[in-house]
Design a protein around this ligand. Structure first.
Ligand code: TYD
Ligand code: MG
Length: 458
């Protein structure tokens, strides 16, 4: 019998050591090494044989790059326009797409929706559910819509069984919910462990690549917000998608953290409804529609998320601090940036906010980290502390520098068109740099320093 040994694997980078150490020698992470048993029985040998166990050809000959043709690479539509856009125009055959997100955000719902859309045209789709029973999946599908005949569900966690099921039929798409439940019997360790995830995904990758089968993998994330499991997982797959949002809000954002077939700047916005996820076509309208009438402390920012201009409402509340140390909190906005803006307001505008609590909220539960939001944040803070509402048809796009200067922002023309489209009349922008022609109905108000804002907006 093969001798069992133990080794330690880093859950971040996959480095293996013979002994436990507190700090990973590979990625220098603390406390990331986990013990795993290995039984040596020469199982790696089959990987070097010329044919894969499934019959596909794994060996390739070197050939001139110029002779590699790309015309016949077709992208399949996932049936979800937003998802297709985030992927860069559809699903590439043979690609592995990892979808990560917090529990309850809607990963399984999105995957089932995609599976239903693809199979609605008659294409066979295999939905491997390691977390839910077929009955649970059916119940969910019932909420979403008509269940196509060619959608197959397989409650299975063992990788060889999944591969067997794939061989029984010609599938056009495989969905695995989730990678953390996958179990590769020839590898030691419990499902979800570093080596299990790595080997399971490697086996599926080998199959997918040799049969040009697109695969969606659902991945859990840790409480720190990174994908659970080894970092190598993210290296192994072609696309890493993040599904984020606030569970208490209906809106969800889908973006690519890595994409071998397109940009990572596209953004998809979904709303969770009673019958599944619905793409939000005009996010600005929806987000502004929630705003209601003008009140102090609210300013509209023309942000750019990925390649998409979005009008979002920034809400600030400035109130006297009653408990000693003033509080600062930002939802959907970086707290350090908020503190920086407050310091700039104090130093460059003489606004003393040191004894006030400052709260900042991005409406809709979205998280947007565009520096162009600075100007709207400053305006919202001023508006709240002076208790003067701003016009509902004024919007902002500018970055605030440490010396109080307003810096120009990227792609102003796209932001302006979006603002004009939504009926904005005035847009405060940086007075520095070039400004493209203004669309009809919109007036640009260039300002050079934060100290000018007050004069212009009230
Ligand atoms: P789920 O897809 O199970 O999340 P995840 O797989 O990321 O853990 O769904 C999350 C929530 O969505 C769940 O609490 C119920 C809700 N939901 C709806 O509001 N409408 C629906 O049509 C469906 C299917 C789910
Ligand atoms: Mg789920």
């Amino acid at each position: 019998m093969a001798k069992a040994r133990t080794r330690y694997l880093c859950s971040d980078c996959g480095t293996s050591t013979a002994q436990w150490v507190g700090k990973c020698p590979g990625c220098k992470a603390w406390n990331s090494l986990k013990e795993e048993t290995i039984t040596d029985s020469g199982k790696r040998a089959h990987r070097y044989s010329t044919a894969s166990p499934q019959g596909g050809v794994l060996t390739q000959k070197a050939r001139p790059l110029a002779e590699v043709t790309i015309e016949n690479i077709m992208r399949l539509s996932s049936g979800e326009a937003e998802l297709d856009r985030v992927l860069g125009g559809g699903v590439v055959p043979g690609s592995l797409i990892l979808l990560g997100g917090e529990p309850g955000i809607g990963k399984s719902t999105l995957m089932l929706q995609v599976a239903m859309m693809v199979s609605a045209s008659g294409a066979k789709v295999l939905y491997v559910s390691g977390e839910e029973s077929p009955e649970q999946v059916r119940m969910r599908a019932q909420r979403i819509g008509a269940v196509p005949k060619s959608l197959m569900v397989l409650p299975e966690t063992r990788v060889p069984m999944v591969l067997n099921a794939l061989q029984e039929d010609q599938f056009s798409l495989l969905v695995v919910d989730s990678v953390q439940t996958l179990d590769q019997p020839e590898v030691d360790g419990a499902p979800g462990s570093v080596s299990q995830i790595r080997e399971s995904v490697a086996a599926i990758t080998a199959y997918a690549k040799s049969f040009a089968l697109p695969v969606f993998l659902v991945g859990h994330i840790t409480k720190e917000g990174s994908l659970a499991g080894p970092k190598v997982l993210e290296h192994m797959v072609d696309v890493v998608l993040q599904f984020e949002g606030d569970r208490n809000h209906a809106y969800r954002m889908l973006r690519a953290a890595k994409n071998r077939f397109g940009t990572t700047s596209e953004l998809g916005i979904y709303e969770m409804m009673g019958d599944g996820l619905k793409a939000v076509e005009n996010p600005s309208e929806v987000l502004l529609g929630e705003a209601g009438e003008a009140s102090s402390g609210s300013a509209i920012s023309v942000a750019l998320e990925g390649a998409r201009p979005l009008l979002v409402e920034m809400q600030a509340l400035v109130s006297t601090a009653v408990y000693g140390t003033p509080q600062r909190s930002g939802t959907g906005f970086d707290l350090r940036r908020l503190n920086m803006l407050l310091a700039v307001l104090e130093k460059r505008c003489g606004f003393k906010l040191g004894s006030f609590d400052v709260f900042l909220n991005l409406a809709g539960g979205l998280k947007i980290s565009d520096p162009a939001n600075d100007l709207a944040v400053v305006a919202a803070i001023l508006s709240s502390s002076l208790d003067l509402p701003l016009d509902r048809d004024t919007c902002f796009a500018g970055e605030v520098g440490l010396s109080g200067e307003i810096r120009p922002v990227a792609r102003l023309d796209e932001r302006m068109s979006e603002a004009a489209r939504l009926g904005m009349k005035r847009m405060l922008v940086s007075g520095h740099g070039k400004r493209p022609p203004t669309p009809k109905g919109l007036t640009l108000v260039p300002i050079k320093r934060v100290s000018e804002i007050q004069r212009v907006i009230f």
